[in-house]
Design a binder for this molecule. Structure first.
Ligand SMILES: Nc1ncnc2c1ncn2[C@@H]1O[C@H](COP(=O)(O)OP(=O)(O)OP(=O)(O)O)[C@@H](O)[C@H]1O
Ligand SMILES: [Mg+2]
Length: 475
């Protein structure tokens, strides 16, 4: 099944020229729409789909070159053909530089025109076909996939809608599992670049020395193993979007090259001299504390500012209130469907348990918890017994956060936390009290006092300063 070819847009301020171009093209079966100015053409391009644009170089208002520049920037996937009055190499270069795919010098034979148009039509068909294939092969992202009715999630979806159609660079910050990839995908899917490639690169997953050539390509022989020339992923993303995930893990030298690329889309392949240029929108994400990375000189501050044109911060799941239950229901439907099980809901206490957990792994953790529950459950409702022992898991991540059981007073919580901290420090210092007290910056006497108060016994009375660690006992 082939989709009909959209029309050609002809832009010429001379009526005769418009009429004759139109009649040549229509006689070959193309649909044609003609306008007399660049301004009108831009309006038409906003409203309708065209498979290509043919424009005269000299127009009444905005010149053909300026028009091509704008059109190429806003609709990079639409081929532009320029008609110039004289065939001078200088004008041809100017047309191509502005973004024209091809140019024709007046006077030209109808065959020349038809040949150029046929090539664009063919290109359009290939691009369409590819887009269909890609849509099938890869995930598609929509706003509806981002589940959540909490105010911050509504705000997030609203911001995606506002920012997606612009070309703004986006930085997505947030804890692991908060949905940064969904945000990035939706930004591409809702942009005018959606028909072009969405290229995803995980900077942490590619060895540092290969990341540059992955991004910007390499020339043959640029390094051992570079047997032939390879185009960079930024070239693949031309006209589309590139998503650099885990950008906090990128090396400083590569950060400098990325900065240059962000300034004007220019880059050189590894081992090459030629300056290449593409039109790519960049979205970057990281779950690292980027400000801390800047302070520690791991991340360039200027790159941070350049990336941070618009910032997205998907909130941690624990700050989304009832979204926990909405998401739990969503994942329950998803997994019961794929595992063909009949479990329509959760018991009240299971819901309670889900609501009281801290979710350090955010939505990803919730998804895994529900998947596991669907596997384990053999009644008609998810019971608490099919959910993990969150208390135990929190304890296992000792030192990461305080153990807070429901119904504890603040004093009890603080005491537990203090006990965890002291036990960890003792552990690290092999139960040497002097070194432990130094690490905690309290006197040895104060440490012993607190240990007594918290019922921490090390079985080392009288004082053991040999470091022959004995297990401390938690009371
Ligand atoms: N709001 C949401 N609605 C539905 N599914 C979500 C939502 N947020 C996240 N998910 C799902 O949770 C999982 C983790 O999300 P994602 O991969 O986007 O996290 P991330 O922020 O990129 O994490 P990391 O920093 O670890 O890479 C995915 O399976 C994703 O589909
Ligand atoms: Mg991710």
């Amino acid at each position: 099944m082939s989709v009909p070819l959209p029309p050609v847009l002809v832009v010429d301020d001379e009526r005769n020229m418009r009429v004759s171009l139109q009649s040549v093209l229509v006689s070959e079966g193309y649909r044609v729409e003609a306008v007399e100015s660049a301004e009108d053409a831009l309006k038409q391009l906003e409203r309708e789909d065209y498979f290509m644009v043919i424009t005269d170089a000299r127009l009444g208002g905005m010149s053909g070159y300026d028009f091509i520049r704008q059109a190429h920037q806003r609709w990079p996937q639409v081929p532009l053909l320029m008609i110039t009055a004289y065939a001078t190499p200088k004008l041809a270069v100017e047309a191509i530089n502005a973004g024209a795919l091809d140019y024709l010098a007046k006077p030209f034979a109808p065959e020349e025109l038809l040949h150029a148009v046929a090539r664009c039509a063919e290109r359009h068909r290939l691009v369409q076909e590819n887009a269909v294939l890609r849509a099938k092969a890869s995930e598609t992202f929509t706003l509806e996939q981002i589940i959540g009715e909490s105010p911050r999630m509504m705000e997030l979806r609203q911001l995606i809608q506002t920012v997606a159609p612009t070309n703004a660079t986006v930085l997505i910050l947030g804890e692991s599992g908060t949905g940064k990839e969904l945000v990035a995908g939706a930004l591409h899917s809702l942009s005018s670049r959606k028909r072009n490639h969405y290229v995803r690169i995980n900077c942490a997953a590619i060895p540092e020395n290969l990341l540059e050539s992955e991004l910007f390509g390499h020339e043959k022989g640029a390094f051992t193993g570079a047997l032939r020339q390879k185009a960079g992923r930024v070239e693949e993303a031309d006209g589309g979007t590139i998503f650099l995930d885990e950008i906090g893990d990128m090396s400083r030298p590569l950060q400098a090259k990325l900065l240059r690329f962000l300034e004007d889309g220019s880059f050189t392949r590894v081992g090459g001299n030629e300056e290449l240029r593409v039109s790519v929108r960049l979205i970057a994400a990281t779950n690292r504390d980027i400000i801390e990375a800047i302070q520690q000189n791991h991340f360039r501050e200027d790159l941070y500012h350049r990336l941070n044109v618009v910032q997205f911060r998907p909130p941690p799941l624990r700050e989304r209130n009832n979204d926990v239950l909405l998401l739990a229901d969503h994942f329950l439907r998803h997994f019961t469907q794929s595992m063909r099980k009949q479990i329509p809901g959760f018991t009240a206490s299971a819901r309670q348990k889900l609501m009281s957990h801290h979710w350090p792994g955010n939505v990803r953790e919730l998804r895994n918890v529900i998947e596991r529950a669907v596997i384990l459950e053999n009644t008609q409702q998810i019971q608490t017994s099919s959910l993990p022992d969150f208390q135990l898991e929190t304890r296992l991540r000792r030192g990461e956060s305080a153990v807070v059981a429901p119904g504890q007073s603040l004093d009890e919580i603080m005491e537990n936390y203090e006990r965890e901290v002291i036990l960890n420090a003792l552990d690290q210092n092999r139960y040497n009290l002097t070194r432990t007290s130094e690490q905690l910056r309290i006197t040895r006497h104060a440490l012993r006092y607190r240990m007594q108060r918290l019922n921490i016994n090390t079985d080392t009375d009288p004082p053991d300063e040999t470091g022959s660690g004995k297990e401390a006992q938690r009371s």
